[in-house]
Design a protein around this ligand. Sequence first.
Ligand code: SF4
Length: 308
Amino acid sequence: MQPKIKLSKSLLRRNYNTIRGLKKPSWLKVKITNSNNTQFTKNIITQNNLKTVCEEAACPNIHECWSKNHATFMILGDTCTRSCSFCNVQTGMPNEVDIFEPLKVANAVKKLGLKHVVITSVDRDDLSDGGASQFYKVISSIKKKSPSTTIEILTPDFYKKNNALDILKDASFDIFNHNMETVRRLYWDVRPGANFERSLNLLKSVKQHKKDVFTKSGIMIGLGETFEEILIVMDDLLENNVDFLTVGQYMRPTKFHYPVHKYHNPSYFKKLENIAYSKGFKLVSASPFTRSSFHADEDFKKLKNLVA
Ligand code: SF4
């Protein structure tokens, strides 16, 4: 008999189908696979007192990812200084930075045997560097314990933290990801604390600071954006030398979050993927369940092979 796993409250709160009249289509049914590996992943995370975006964001892929021991670590606490209307992470005044976090993350990465790991964080507008030095320390700590593990960071926009990229420029990461999340017109409603141009500039600056890393960005669709607006985001990202695009279906975490305007058919994602490739992205992942860190390890291998 498979062991029963107990996941966090955020997962239990999950309710994707709350917009009146908009029924979740069959292709968004999640396959639940509780395995020993899933429980093992959960144990490592709990024992090290770590947070994952898998749980905090109520990701629909958690069963698949955790059954392969893949988890995306969310550093710098579980409380975000922004309040994006799509996001399940709690907003408020965060706790102090945990000085042992770099070691704990590195221990977990080693125990899980990860060949590729994604590290993300909440927004920390309260810190003078936006949390960049903690990213640096986590990366260094992972590299010490697992030198061959490749590292992908998914960062906030480091608004008014001009020192952040200087801190990160000597860090040993392989992919820099910053999600655009949506089209320019919807920023005010969906990402009120963010700015479309600022996010693009961050991606551009990273390429200038670190020519050897891949840059990656993603959007959610189904928020009310038009087809043409999606194509414009693609063009904007390419103008700023972004290598890898992810496109996934927005799923409302609770009835208090931004509503889903449309559940797009898998064929629509395929169409967007083909267009994105024809426009010039090196790699594209577009599907209803695509998330920034979904299959990130396999995608990184593909990217490396493409440029080898
Ligand atoms: S897709 Fe990413 S966030 Fe979601 S469960 Fe997998 S690793 Fe976690």
